[in-house]
Design a protein around this ligand. Structure first.
Ligand SMILES: Cc1cc2nc3c(=O)[nH]c(=O)nc-3n(C[C@H](O)[C@H](O)[C@H](O)COP(=O)(O)OP(=O)(O)OC[C@H]3O[C@@H](n4cnc5c(N)ncnc54)[C@H](O)[C@@H]3O)c2cc1C
Length: 465
């Protein structure tokens, strides 16, 4: 194979000759796919040597925890990779009706279940990543540079021209020249620091930290398990933040527990079992009776919702963009990250197509792309930080008053979902990003939320009187 470092020389590399992607997680893989349509060659640099089987790897420790791909993300990924959902299911993912197949304890009661047509699948992140990687490995213009770490950016006349790369086995360092670099290296991206070293400003950061903690464990389901759900979720009941779920993972059960600040689950067997007993409903603990643990308890911290405002840079370097968690990492409890990565890949594709129509140059593209990505991210960001601030232990800049008001309305809506299947469906569609949050504020839904809420309040008042 030709060495990936055998470039054409910085000064001669024209727009569309080569793109480099930093990071081979979900966002990097999706970016590589769209770039392969717009560039002659794409180099995907990943510091891990990825496993050949669905298995965790050092660079993505979060894969040991539940990774739900929201329906919007599933649908868009399936458009990008035709037949993806069918392939995942053939390799062990579980087909799911996101209302009928989920037993969900929410807002203090079990919500109704019915065939909803909201059909998707549930798999481990490891399987999803493996299948995406295999698909991209089949694209002739994409080269995987695995076991290599990007250590910096290269620029020429304030235009990014490539990356510095070092082999992780102690091998040599080199420069990979490319007129277009996409940072998909995740929430601990070093790109702000690299940009500063080159004389650029680092992007401002906004950080909201609910100090959400995770603990997860794999189980073999009990041999005599008899239940009518595929996913079992016990959501936190305010003011407590403790919640959890059982998710099917290629024939096994992944049990993931979450809690905020002092309520975060301990990553020990004892802590895990105690946490199960402290959930607002015992259903998960009951279902696990007779289940055989297949893994130790794994913990995860460092889950702040953090946004790097590349869109605000006054003089953004051309030829460098960020996607995925490197741009905006969400509190994972809301399961938005992978769906947002697909939306970012699509925005990249659209943007590059338009840019091409403007001529053979990348001038101004990065700034335009980051502004577009900021717009796409803003709604999910407000939703996430609005939810985070339900808990007084959350730290960071508070959301606007309008979001706090909307939150109070959402409380009423959730309280009504148990008696109104249509309301539940509306809510699930918004949570799965199939509809924007504004869809919950139409006159019909306002009436279906507020009238029963007023009746409930009147009932409580009469009962009290
Ligand atoms: C505990 C937890 C649970 C989550 N649950 C969900 C969920 O249910 N649903 C959902 O949609 N999202 C979830 N997420 C978020 C989701 O994982 C990410 O949003 C999504 O995968 C996009 O991540 P990414 O590809 O941007 O970054 P990452 O997945 O972090 O990938 C970054 C990659 O870059 C590589 N890398 C880093 N630095 C370098 C370098 N210098 N050179 C070369 N390679 C480098 C790393 O090895 C890694 O492979 C969860 C996250 C966590 C932490």
């Amino acid at each position: 194979m030709r060495s990936p470092f055998h470039g054409r020389g910085v000064e001669r590399a024209p727009f569309r000759s080569r793109a480099v992607v930093i990071g081979g997680g979900i966002a990097g893989l999706l970016a590589a796919q769209v770039l392969s349509r717009r560039f002659e060659s794409v180099m995907l640099v990943e510091r891990d040597t990825p496993p050949q089987q669905p298995a965790p790897r050092a660079g993505a420790p979060q894969s040991r925890h539940c990774h739900l791909l929201l329906l919007r993300g599933q649908q868009l990924m399936n458009d990008m990779f035709p037949g993806l959902a069918a392939e995942l299911c053939a390799r062990g993912a579980e087909p799911i009706d996101w209302i009928d197949d989920i037993a969900m304890f929410w807002h203090g009661r079990w919500v109704p279940r019915f065939p909803s047509g909201m059909l998707g699948h549930c798999s481990s992140r490891d399987l999803l990543e493996l299948v995406l990687r295999e698909r991209i490995q089949r694209i002739p213009s994409v080269t995987f540079v695995s076991g290599h770490e990007v250590t910096g950016l290269v620029q020429e006349a304030r235009q990014i021209r490539g990356v510095c790369v070092r082999a992780r086995d102690g091998g040599r360092s080199d420069i990979l020249d490319a007129p277009f670099v996409v940072d998909a290296s995740g929430r601990s991206s070093r790109a702000p620091h690299w940009l500063q070293l080159l004389g650029h400003d680092a992007p401002e950061e906004t950080r909201v930290d609910s100090r959400a903690g995770y603990a997860s464990r794999l189980y073999e389901p009990p041999p005599d398990a008899s239940h009518d759900w595929r996913v079992l979720v016990v959501r936190a009941l305010s003011p407590s933040s403790r919640g959890g779920g059982i998710y099917p993972m290629e024939g096994r059960w992944l049990v993931t527990l979450t809690g905020y600040a002092d309520e975060a689950p301990e990553a020990t067997e004892r802590g895990f079992d105690e946490f199960l007993r402290a959930l607002p409903d015992p259903a998960i603990g009951d279902a696990l009776r007779g289940a055989r643990p297949l893994s130790p308890v794994c913990g995860y911290r460092g889950t702040a919702t953090q946004r790097r405002h590349y869109e605000r840079l006054r003089r953004a370097p051309d030829g460098f963009v960020t996607v995925g968690d490197a741009f905006c990492a969400f509190n994972p409890v809301y399961a938005q990250g992978m769906a947002l990565s697909v939306l970012a890949a699509q925005a990249l594709d659209r943007g590059l197509m338009t840019q091409r129509l403007r001529g053979d140059s990348l001038t101004g593209f990065a700034a335009r792309f980051h502004r577009e990505l900021a717009k796409i991210t803003h709604g999910p960001w407000l939703m996430a930080i609005g939810e985070d601030f339900r808990y007084p232990t959350t730290q960071g800049p508070r959301p606007p008053a309008s979001v706090r008001l909307a939150q109070r309305y959402m409380n009423l809506l959730m309280a009504g979902m148990g008696d109104d299947p249509a309301l539940l469906r509306d809510m699930m569609e918004v949570m799965h990003m199939l509809k924007p949050p504004q869809a919950l504020f139409t006159p019909t839904i306002l009436a279906r939320t507020l009238l029963p809420a007023a009746k409930r309040a009147a009932g409580v008042a009469l009962g009290a009187g």
